[in-house]
Design a binder for this molecule. Sequence first.
Ligand code: PHE
Length: 349
Amino acid sequence: MKEKMEGLKQEVICKLQDASDLKMLNELRTTYLGKKGPISALSSMMGSLSTEEKKEFGKALNDLKDEVNTLVEKRKEELERIEMERKLKEDTIDITLPSTKVHVGGTHPITKVIDEVEELFTSMGYDVVEGPEIEQDLYNFEKLNLPKGHPARDSQDSFYITDEMLLRTQTSAVQARTMEANSEKGPIRMICPGKTYRRDNDDATHSHQFTQIEGLVIDQNISMADLKGTLEIFAKKMFGEDRTIRFRPSFFPFTEPSIEVDVSCFKCGGVGCSLCKGNGWIEILGAGMVHPNVLRDNGYDPEKYTGFAFGIGPERVAMLKYGINDIRNFYTNDVRFLNDFNRVNGGDK
Ligand code: PHE
């Protein structure tokens, strides 16, 4: 009997070495220690033994069980250690390898200009509002003192969808919407950035789709001096502290008087260079005092309220500010142009 047990033990030791993974080890454990295993079979032989022999044999059998158990546990630990070492080896990171480049996008130049303008005007208490790009003729023209058949409509060749609907040609449509929506007909201070569309043949300075930032202020006693002060702050922020501005008379149907605003050339400081075409000034935007008809048509009493409006062209600002010479670069989304722009202008915020 003793030899048999010793034999079993040797057999287990031998097989344990062959158990090369945890699954095999588990199978081995069940084979030897399970109910149908050789150790169980030995204990069923105990019935035929005397009490003395039973004691001795029982103890020996228990010892054998314990020993086999310990051997299996030991092998288990060993296998787990081997497995862990294998994994660690596999997962080794070679820190000398060059890293994979992660491409990070940057802010589009037009977005950058719009963000800057929004930041400036919100800091002066303006609201940022939005309006629809598919607009009614009513807001895009009629309520802006541009009745049907008005010759000034010709200067904004439009994409009509129906007789009454079009892709807005100017964010000025949002002037009318904002005045109309202000049920108390109280003061307004807003800017409205957004996309606009005109039937233009695309070239270096024209695009059938572009952006505008509308500005509108309405209150009592608003004068042209307020407009000039506001636009001067804008010019300094966008083109540098030393800038001055000047007004030139112009015409827009929804403002009276209407003006075009020039900024002193930021390249030559006003003496004349290629950027300002030698005259020291660069045209940056159109503006004016809100026409009394527009105030009246949108529910404001022109005897009580006055206001100013302006329209900024972010493309023009970006082209001047960042030295971009083709407006199409903004819309063709050539990643080389965008990367160049972000490299020179400090990438994303
Ligand atoms: N909407 C005008 C344009 O597109 C610009 C403008 C806006 C002029 C507001 C005056 C006041 O040309």
